[in-house]
Structure formats: C-alpha cells, structure tokens
Design a protein around this ligand. Sequence first.
Ligand code: NDP
Length: 330
Amino acid sequence: SRQINLASRPSGWPTADNFDLVEVELPAPQEGQVLVRNLFMSVDPYMRGRMNDAKSYVPPFKLGEPLEGGTVGEVVESRAPGLAEGDLVLHGYGWREQVVVEAARVRRVDPIEGVSPTAYLGVLGMPGLTAYVGLLDVASFKEGEAVFVSGAAGAVGSIAGQIAKLKGASRVIGSAGSDEKVSHLYDLGFDAAFNYRNGPVTEQLRKAAPDGIDVYFDNVGADHLEAAIDSLNTGGRVAMCGAIAVYNATEPSPAPRNLFLAVGKRLTLRGFIVGDHSSRMRDMIAEVGGWLREGRISAQETVVDGLENAPAAFIGLMRGENTGKMIVRL
Ligand code: NDP
C-alpha cells in the first residue's frame, strides 16, 4: 500500500520536496482491528501548522512518518465486533491508500441517499461543524444581523455564509480571491461579494456593507480582520476561525493595525477550535443535513485524483485552487 510521509518541514510555502511517496507492507489485522481501504481524504489548512515543529493544539506530524487527516474509507477486513466488510467509515488516517487500525479509531457512517460520502469530510463533517458553531455559538449570530465571511468560497466560508442567510441575516457579504469565485458567491445567495485582490479590503468592505456589519467570520486574518474591525458596528462579534493569510508567512503581519477600535465599539473577538464543539455535531448534521436534502444549501467540492497528487492538492488549497471543499480521491 502507498502512503505519503513528511520528508522535511517546510519553511514558508510548502513544496513537493517536503513530501515522500513510499510503498509499505501492511500487517494483517489483529483481534479488535480492521483493514480499511481509503476512498477519499481531506486536505485542510490546519495541516500546515502540523508540519511545523511547534507546540500547538494538535501535535506536529513526525518526520519520516505518514501525514494524517480526515478520511472516508471502506472496511475490507474486520476482526472487530460491530464493523463488517463493506462498512463505510470515517477516521483520521489519511495520506495513505489503506490502513490497519483499532476499531475504536474509526466511526461507522451511514451512506446518505443522494449525498456523496465526501460530505463527511466537508459540509456534514469538520468544516460544516466549524461553520455552524463558529457562526451560531462563537459569534452568537442573531436573525436580522449583517455578516461578513472571508474565505467565503472555501469549505468553511461557503457554508457559514449560507447558514447565515438561511437563519435570516439582513445582509451576507463574502470575499474571495478571484472574480469567478465572487460570481459563485452570488449564486450561493450572498447579498454582496468582492475579490480581495482587486483593491484594499477595507474600502471594498465599506462599499459592500454601507450599514456596517454585526458579525465577522474570520478565515483569513491580517488585512481582512483589519477591514472587519473598521466595518463592525457597536457590540459586534468576531469568530476567529483561522488566519490563512499568515500560515506561510515568514514575518508577522502588521495588520490589524486598528485593534484599539475594539474598545470604543465594545467588540468581542473570540477564537475557537472545532474539536471543543463536537457535542454540536448531531445538531449540525440534523439541521444542515436537512437543508442539503431539501436543496437549500449547496456544497461544492474540488476533487483531485490520486494519492500521488495529494501534496499538490494541499499546496493548491493554500493558493486558492479550490472552490468549496478540497478532496483527494484515492
Ligand atoms: P478553504 O476551503 O477555505 O481553503 C483555503 C482558502 O483560503 C483558499 O481556497 C483561498 O481562497 C484562501 N486563501 C489562501 N490564501 C489566502 C490569503 N492570503 N488571503 C485570503 N484568502 C486566502 O479552507 P477551509 O474552509 O478548510 O478553512 C478555512 C479557514 O478555517 C482556514 O483559516 C482554516 O485554518 C480555518 N479552520 C479553523 C478551524 C477551527 O477549528 N478553528 C477548523 C477548520 C478550519 P481564495 O481563492 O479566496 O484566496
């Protein structure tokens, strides 16, 4: 079976040299274990942090060992009660074609009629939960409020914006890195959208939100956060979800330079990690799954074929080559 190991730690932007495609022999599953053939794996921005040798909320990937990440696979051999050949499972052992693993480490998932199993890596999985709890629990979004979402054409952002709309936002504004993505945001029902590469974010956001914003869902950080602080109304809230603008930076970002405005505007800026909110998974799947079945929410995916292309898919994700969830089909 083939897997991708971390060959070296990137400094700044990752390159193909940081990854090693290797062939390994898998042991036969022991009592309590299953052999899983992986079908789809996720590449996510947080993996960039795990490539650094730094203490964080998840331990770093180890050099010379396979990377990890959310994956959907099929059980091909089971020596564990409760799991049978053919079962669809979700687990964290991505970046490899097959894995032998303790049954406790995999979760059986039901195939949903008319919905691809990749949904468990996106809209009905970790990114969907991030959007749901970030908007509703962390930023305490209420009906009638105006919401700005950055990284809005991505996995988390596209769902966050649509949930805000479905929950009665007065106005939803999104930013993304290309004109195609901007027109896609209008298709998703955003009230306004702009391409952050076309001019200063602060000016573009002021135009898109003439009455200001009440909630900012931050996927980008830096100049986007500065623009949001500028446009936030008194009592505004920020769900600090990510800061992809700085993940590959070798120098700290000077923005946001206007943080002091948080005082007079009584702003709340609140960071969160989705793993602390797993108790909300059921609610999210019930509500967002319902919208998905009714065709009221749409979840795009960009699918790259082949394990050997997983590093390129990951680097492409950081460059904005995806619309919606970036997935690798194995
Ligand atoms: P996305 O699907 O949004 O993919 C990343 C996107 O980031 C790219 O498509 C690109 O789109 C955009 N991007 C890259 N560089 C920049 C830049 N310099 N400025 C602005 N946009 C940029 O990924 P996810 O939806 O999986 O993740 C979105 C964010 O949420 C990330 O910051 C991630 O770390 C965070 N996150 C946080 C979690 C938590 O628990 N707190 C959990 C999951 C995700 P474009 O073409 O528009 O530039």
